[in-house]
Design a protein around this ligand. Structure first.
Ligand SMILES: [Mg+2]
Length: 144
């Protein structure tokens, strides 16, 4: 029988805190989640930095117009963007492992949230005031 290795398995093999996550009980799980959450924010910042470099590299038009999109896009390094998005995905996988959630669960919940928030498609007014927004079921991270 051929056994396939999924992304989660690959991440598990390379994450330095995996033993702590698996064997450390609630403390290990929380430590891994905190570490990975900070990593996720840091790596997302690196993605933003790559896009910012695209703006920075584009020539500024005389007269104050916006920088042409094509010039900005030309300054965004695709390979570096792929690398940093991969780092974001890696950190996200660790948070997911520590939280015990799957990408399918996240996607389903996100679709449900967006469907409630924007039943007729994106609405800038609804995006400003979420006080009337119905709540999805919430739950604790503590399991039996
Ligand atoms: Mg990185």
């Amino acid at each position: 029988m051929i056994q396939t290795v999924g992304y989660s398995d690959i991440v598990s093999m390379r994450w330095c805190m995996m033993d702590e996550l698996v064997e450390g009980g609630d403390c290990g799980r929380l430590a891994a989640m905190q570490h990975a959450a900070l990593m996720l924010a840091s790596e997302a910042g690196e993605v933003a930095g790559i896009v910012q470099k695209g703006y920075q590299a584009a020539p500024v038009p005389v007269g104050g117009e916006a920088r042409p999109a094509r010039d900005v896009l030309a300054g965004i390094d695709r390979a570096k963007l792929l690398d940093e998005l991969g780092d974001v995905r890696f950190a996200m996988e660790i948070v997911m492992l520590a939280a015990g959630v799957t990408i399918d669960e996240i996607e389903r919940r996100n679709v449900a949230k967006l469907s409630l928030r924007y039943p007729a498609g994106f609405d800038p007014e609804r995006s400003k005031d979420r006080s009337q927004e119905p709540l999805l079921h919430s739950g604790s991270m503590v399991t039996a």
